[in-house]
Design a protein around this ligand. Sequence first.
Ligand SMILES: *[C@@H]1O[C@H](CO)[C@@H](O)[C@H](O)[C@H]1NC(C)=O
Ligand SMILES: *[C@@H]1O[C@H](CO)[C@@H](O)[C@H](O)[C@H]1NC(C)=O
Ligand SMILES: *[C@@H]1O[C@H](CO)[C@@H](O)[C@H](O)[C@H]1NC(C)=O
Length: 609
Amino acid sequence: MDFNLSNLLEKQISMKYVAYFVGACLGVKLGAFILRSAIKKVKILIQKRKVKKFIQKRNQDLKNLQIPATNLSQDVIDKVLNGDITQLKKMLEAKTVTSEDLVNIFSKRVQQHGIEYGVVTHLKYEEAIQAAKECDKLRKENSPLCQLPLFGIPISMKETFDEKGYPATIGSIFRLDYIPSEDGFCVKLLKSGGAIPFLRTNVPQAAMIYESVNDVYGRVLNPWDKTKYAGGSSGGEGAAVAARMSPGGMGSDIGGSIRIPAAMCGVYGFKPTAQRTIMSGHTFYSKAFNGQKTVLCASGPICKSVDDLILFFRQLSDPQYLQKFKLHERDPFFPTQQINESELSNNKKQRRFGYFKTLKSFDCTLANQRAVEIAVDKLRAQGHQLVEINLPDVDSIKNGFIQFLLSDEFEGIYDLLSKEATVKEYIMIDIFAQTPPLMKRILSVLFYMLGEKSFAELLPQTNRLRVEELNRLQYKIGQLQLDYLRLFDDHEIEAIICPSFGAPALPHSSSIDSTPVCLYTFIWNYLNFPCGVLPVTKVLKEEQHFNNSRIKELPAKRVDFYMKQNTEGLPVNVQVVAPPFKEETCLNVMKMLDDQIQFYKHNSFPELK
Ligand SMILES: *[C@@H]1O[C@H](CO)[C@@H](O)[C@H](O)[C@H]1NC(C)=O
Ligand SMILES: *[C@@H]1O[C@H](CO)[C@@H](O)[C@H](O)[C@H]1NC(C)=O
Ligand SMILES: *[C@@H]1O[C@H](CO)[C@@H](O)[C@H](O)[C@H]1NC(C)=O
């Protein structure tokens, strides 16, 4: 055996240097990490202080704003607050009120309640009152412009739409200085029709969850019950309309963001096919997020009636209004389609519609099922035929949508947030996005053993997708779209009546552990079908539970727990779905239902306490 002491010593010495070197590297790395974290913490602290000052100033400005009292009678003011836009238009025509009155009345209410309910991000009073005066002048001159769908009507905009001079933060503290130097296209289009954007409304941080809360503007409270969420991401819109701070406004929807707040607040919301209303002018998120085309976002209105949804739809979709703009402004790849007036006012008898009351993948509450029953009965009473249908492949949609959402490990959204921490309502998404694939496999087995089968199945499917995997997902979506169209063909149905959401408005932060309730909205984003929601009924005393759920896993137990927390009397909406580009059919069926149900003829808007 060759035993050489000096050789060994040499080896040990050189090992020592290697150890020193490795140690030093690790030390530097650790030091850099600590330094980076510290810098990040300080940056966030500085930014939060800036946000605080910014909010104090905004609050002070809103409080100090001098809004002249109108000399209208209380009766007329009530009519303005309770009326829909269609009625406001009649009042303007009859010269009972002026646009200036409307801006003053709604602004006053925003001043009184907007901050308390977390609804307002900015009131654009000065600009709106100028525009209102302009409209009043044109009306006096009998200008033909007065015939435009939203002429002289104050409207609200979700904060995610670009408006000149106002931050579009998407609830992110590092976007305080993101202030567009001109209006986005959507705002331009609405203004060109005489609408008066006067209010910007709150959203969730990054607008990707269905509870509206962020570290800039705070939390939106549901006007029906402050302890419940108002839905999201157009939560400020839903709450503003139900609280009568705005007669109607614009939201956007990639998983239910128009329909959920509308349903939680008992008002009307409409999500068109993504290519039927233009998205240009919706604010920039991040290059990765804005570049994704798997599931498209759509913009659409939240209002107090179906008639008003139609007014917005006209202004947003009618080619005659779009054609006023240059090609690059309105996007030449955006197909323009004439509005089919005869379908919008279709009053044929004996039409056929499909319906379903609940989904096996995750049942909805009894109140939501009863809302569908009411709608179905009303249509039957009108002589229409209703057939119960089974949606194909719902589980594949359920998992596919989450897969899509996490296909980039949420990087598009983390980019938007820069270094800001997510609010706690993002915890599930953070876990999905940040757990390494192997760990997910291990956790999946554990959850399976704990009886959480759905979660166990979902978890390993939430990894970053390779391009070919994303292509496969998109191919699958295309197949599903055809399968769902076959459903319309085979049953010879024009539209589907179904639940608006899995539950009524639940307590704040409950979205963390009851997420599957939004299955009922995102199905239709995944397929890109037009759909809308309208209020039908209220939760009954005996419906305050969820033990009708066939799935007994944690999210269902949580919904049961939340349903028991005084949900009686909360509004419940129903949803109408039509095939792609059949917006007219969807709105027509919604109108038919609304004429029969007339929720706000039998119920009043919530009193703000
Ligand atoms: C309100 O005031 C305006 C001008 O100050 C006046 O012309 C109008 O008649 C008043 N209306 C009512 C209802 O008093
Ligand atoms: C418009 O709707 C009617 C049914 O109301 C339909 O017969 C007609 O084909 C539609 N027109 C177009 C261009 O789609
Ligand atoms: C369901 O919940 C309600 C309300 O808590 C309760 O009265 C009822 O007994 C429950 N039913 C079952 C089958 O558990």
